[in-house]
Design a binder for this molecule. Structure first.
Ligand code: FES
Length: 117
């Protein structure tokens, strides 16, 4: 069985201290775009940056607790799971994050195409 470290490439994103609370930050790696959030609790969440409805930029959305509201048509997305909340449907990919000893945030990008929401 592979470990998490063997299945992802860790990409340096931003300093934890420089990331504002409840404000999204767009992180790009190859052809993937991720919305990174630091919630009020201090927890990090990283999701696919494009809304499944009409590709609204989720890093520009409004964060409330552990959800983000798409800035285009207000769909509500649960950050830990990536699930669009009822009455709408759909999902976005979620990504692992980690913070090193210097306080730098890394996002884990999967090395295979298996990752789906
Ligand atoms: S593009 Fe996100 S709700 Fe329409």
């Amino acid at each position: 069985m592979k470990t998490q470290a063997e299945q992802v490439v860790w990409v340096q994103a931003v300093s934890y201290e420089d990331l504002a609370f409840n404000t999204g930050k767009t992180i790009r790696y190859q052809d993937e775009e991720v919305a990174l959030f630091k919630l009020r609790s201090g927890k990090l969440q990283a999701i696919q940056n494009r809304c499944p409805h009409k590709e609204g930029v989720l890093a520009e959305g409004i964060v409330c607790d552990d959800h983000v509201f798409c800035p285009m048509h207000d769909r509500k997305i649960h950050l830990p799971s990536g699930l669009v909340q009822a009455p709408d449907t759909g999902c976005v990919k979620t990504y692992h994050t980690r913070v090193d000893d210097e306080g730098t945030i890394y996002i884990g990008f999967p090395t295979s195409e298996e990752m789906a929401c």
